[in-house]
Design a protein around this ligand. Structure first.
Ligand SMILES: *[C@@H]1O[C@H](CO)[C@@H](O)[C@H](O)[C@H]1NC(C)=O
Ligand SMILES: *[C@@H]1O[C@H](CO)[C@@H](O)[C@H](O)[C@H]1NC(C)=O
Length: 256
């Protein structure tokens, strides 16, 4: 068992028009994340950039942080579309995104809420949990950038993918979008409890989903390197110890 990290759901509000003016990328030294601060200095060279390592020993308790009340997370029909957005996901690069469309947020320093989930990769079993098996079975239909399943033909809820007890305790920090222009408008919530998913299913992301057409590379290592630390709070004890990295699944799940 090992920790794989991840950021999975990026909720409300989605960010339209968040694409960058320059052709950024992950795998070419002329446009990879090392160049973003130069090519998009505002905001990629800012002071509250994401992702960061979540150092749980430095997180302070904030009793004002309440647990969330999620709506539609139990709806089997709320997930309506799944899309391979390639490199160009305008929102979070990490991802399984759940997002209603909305044009708000980027101008506000706390205008975008992003949820990060940790995936605990389980090597002791295969095909688990069933909801993730159902979801990952669909990946072959969106192997290439731009491919989408719309409407989504399966009925799974967000609760099926992310057990409710996962959503009770979390870390919180103010950060940014993780792709250019890296707008510093994101309130990040990283849930402490990992979601356990068997390795065979996680591997499907890196053996099925490509960054472009059929001749392009698989979507591997499509994440931004860790950015300088920020002040982290959390809503409840105990703290768990985790190291935060990112596995990028540029996959978008649209929620109605
Ligand atoms: C990297 O990008 C540059 C500029 O677009 C291009 O000329 C070059 O061929 C690319 N290199 C690779 C390895 O894709
Ligand atoms: C990025 O910000 C640092 C610190 O403010 C500054 O020294 C540096 O010149 C900036 N780099 C670019 C490319 O703007």
């Amino acid at each position: 068992m090992f920790w794989l990290a991840i950021v999975l759901l990026c909720l409300i509000p989605a960010v339209q028009g968040a694409t960058s003016d320059f052709a950024w990328c992950y795998h070419n030294t002329s446009c990879n994340d090392a160049t973003w601060a130069t090519n998009a200095p505002s905001y990629c060279n800012g002071s509250r950039q994401s992702p960061i390592n979540i150092d749980s020993t430095k997180a302070t308790l904030d009793s004002n942080l309440k647990t969330f009340t999620f709506t539609k997370f139990d709806s089997k029909t709320a997930l309506v579309k799944m899309e391979n957005t390639g490199n160009t996901a305008p929102h979070c690069e990490h991802q399984v995104l759940v997002q209603p469309e909305c044009d708000c947020g980027l101008k506000d320093s706390e205008g975008v809420a992003a949820f990060g989930f940790l995936i605990d990769v389980d090597t002791s079993t295969t095909g688990q949990p069933a909801s993730w098996k159902t979801l990952t079975t669909l990946l072959s239909q969106i192997g290439q950038k731009g491919q989408a399943i719309d409407p989504l033909s399966v009925s799974i809820s967000v609760d099926d993918l992310v057990p409710a007890n996962t959503l009770k305790s979390f870390y919180r920090y103010l950060g940014s979008l993780t792709t250019p222009n890296c707008e510093e408008a994101v309130v990040w919530t990283v849930f402490k409890q990992p979601v356990k998913v068997s390795k065979d299913l996680i591997d499907l992301f890196s053996t099925t989903v490509r960054v472009g057409d059929a001749s392009s590379p698989y979507m591997l290592n499509t994440y931004r390197k860790i950015q300088p630390a920020q002040t982290i709070t959390h809503n409840s004890s105990p703290k768990t110890s985790l190291s935060f990295g990112v596995l990028l699944l540029a996959l978008t799940l649209w929620m109605s």
